[in-house]
Design a protein around this ligand. Sequence first.
Ligand code: 8YV
Length: 323
Amino acid sequence: MIKPKVVITRRWPKAVEAALVEDFDVTFNKQDRALTADELKDAVHFADAVLPTVTDRIDARVLDDANPRTKILANYGVGYSHIDIDSARTHGITVTNTPDVLSECTADLTLTLMLMAARRASEGEREVKTGAWSGWRPTHLLGSKVSGKTLGIIGFGRIGQEVAKRAHHGFGMRVLAFNRSPIAQDVLIKTGAESVASIDELLPQADFVSLHCPGGAANKHLIDCRRLGLMRESAFLINTARGEVVDERALVQALTFETIAGAGLDVFNGEPDVLPELRSCENAVLLPHLGSATLETREAMGFRVVQNLKDFFEGRAPRDLVA
Ligand code: 8YV
């Protein structure tokens, strides 16, 4: 049987690449950089399947102006706001993602950011590593307590729920959850969360606000200047969702004038470029999109892609169908 042609846009963990070549005729991106729009366009004309990541903007420009050969975009990641779903539908291209397998690690990293921001871990580490630490003193780098505080979660899907469990059961936090669609009672019981009716109701009550909603146009600047103004002066904003959910210029203002206490960010608008003003904020902890970055999770994401591809090419409905 002729193996379907597959383009994998970035290098994946070895074990998954090995599984992929068993069943597919794989073309690898030999360079350690994201493909350009023209290269992506070539890929969708050449291959039966393209396996994009968050660094590949698959928009109308890539898909629209010719007849793509590609029948499936099997995304390596749960978020897919970098793929123009309407355009994919127009061309009859199936889109899949990799939910579930990265929820725990992304939730772990969310807690990492909460702790780092509140306990001033990056500032402390910078002092020690640069030799600037002058020794223990009672008022040195005083942060904010995390245990027992109130966490507001915006977007209560799989990742939001994992964050809630950790915060409530591990840190004794009160957890408030906002979700576009109603949250089932058994989910609230399992996670220890209380449902709130609106984001505006959640913000003034939270010591930590953590974002777990999808990116894309619908949620662009969901956290804007007005909503930052609803947060407590002592509160922290945590973002492991997508950069565009936050108006970063408004966030810089809030951090600079200390209308909020700090932020912990793993995602940015226009990654990997980060606003210089944001990079200069001492009260912001900034990580390079590490949410799912463990070997275990990146392998599990890859195997999920392989399964979605096999389902598709063997005539079954892929488990993680997006469009
Ligand atoms: C992925 C993520 O590593 O899955 C997501 O949506 O944000 C990350 O954890 C990345 O998207 C890879 O494409």
